[in-house]
Write a protein that binds this ligand. Structure first.
Ligand code: PBG
Length: 324
């Protein structure tokens, strides 16, 4: 065979050429910053397994939300850490609950910052499951009513987007009906559609104190072995009214992101979850990898796979790198 006519290195010879042929661009516009909000004042408590991520009381949360906005990040997603938990997760749908108050304060201080709320009762239940429990089983249909109530209180507080992460069947339709029934026809639903039962949620569960007290989440979250099913979940959520579908986690599921991207006609979000963040941070702290380069490469890969938005604890750090 003669020497090949194509020399791919021709298009790699200078920074200018590289810029011209680059297929994927990461921008601060793609990023969504997850935040943990707790009771109290002046609270800023670092999460042990997530360096540089904090549990914040509302006053500090608002400051950090403003900081996100200044960095060009368009949206934040809020997770509540209530003082009280019970079997039915009552604080989750209390109109005066921690997330509901936090949304009001953020929308007051930074009306243009898109505010997303996680809709799931696991942080609010004493058993730590995402649904009502009866005789050791997680009830599906009875949980839908609580999720709908929860989403409605978030919309009433001013949330722009509600994001159900519970994985109960039929929740997108139930939430859409509840919102429309109370004139919140413009509240957007971002569904955690293909959410896998993953070990990579470990640090989040420390942060939110939401680990299940018995059993695991495998009867509602997806089996990591299943790709076709992830596509089915996303298609079904679009049919039920989801405006945006999500794949979660991101890095171990890049194939699912691509397949969902090619199957639906709505924007796809991907959640670069806590364990994915902590691994890069931990290896970086040990001096084993270059944290900044690994972060940017990981986020770029999620974008390249087909996500048009990325929920990531790296959002602020990445936005700072992107501005240089
Ligand atoms: C459930 C929820 C979880 C995460 C987001 N929403 C945890 C779980 O399913 O146990 C995980 C996010 C992360 O790991 O960063 N409310």
């Amino acid at each position: 065979m003669p020497f090949p006519i194509h020399r791919y290195r021709r298009l790699r010879q200078s920074p200018g050429i590289l810029r011209m042929v680059r297929e994927t661009q990461l921008s601060a516009d793609d990023l969504i910053y997850p935040m943990f909000v707790c009771e109290g004042r002046g609270v800023r408590q670092e999460i042990g397994s997530m360096p540089d991520v904090f549990r914040l009381s509302i006053d500090n949360l608002v400051k950090e939300a403003r900081e996100c906005q200044a960095l060009g990040i368009p949206a934040v997603i809020l997770f509540g850490i209530p003082d009280k938990k019970d079997a039915r997760g009552s604080e989750a749908y209390n109109p005066g609950g921690i997330v509901q108050r936090a949304v009001r304060e953020i929308k007051n201080a930074a009306p243009d910052l898109v505010t997303i709320t996680d809709v799931c009762i696991d942080e609010y239940t004493d058993h730590g499951h995402c649904g009502l429990v009866e005789g050791g089983r997680i009830l599906n249909d009875a949980t839908l009513e609580l999720l709908s109530k929860m989403a409605l209180t978030h919309a009433e507080a001013g949330a722009d987007i509600v994001a159900p992460s519970d994985m109960m069947d039929g929740r997108v339709q139930a939430i859409r009906r509840a919102l429309d029934g109370s004139s919140f026809t413009d509240t957007i639903i971002m569904a955690y559609s293909a959410k896998y039962a993953s070990a990579f949620y470990g640090p989040f569960r420390e942060a939110a104190d939401s680990a299940p007290k018995f059993g695991d989440r495998r009867s509602y979250q997806m089996d990591p072995a299943n790709g076709d099913e992830g596509v089915r979940e996303a298609l079904q959520d679009v049919e039920e009214g989801a405006d945006i579908v999500m794949v979660k986690p991101a890095l171990a599921y890049l194939d699912i992101i691509r397949r969902v991207r090619d199957s639906v006609n709505v924007p796809v979000a991907a959640y670069n979850v806590s364990g994915e963040y902590s691994m890069i941070k931990a290896a970086g702290e040990k001096g084993w990898i270059d944290t900044e380069r690994a972060m940017m490469e990981a986020l770029l890969s999620v974008k390249r796979a087909g996500a048009s938005m990325i929920l990531t604890y790296f959002a602020k750090e990445a936005a700072r790198v992107l501005r240089r």
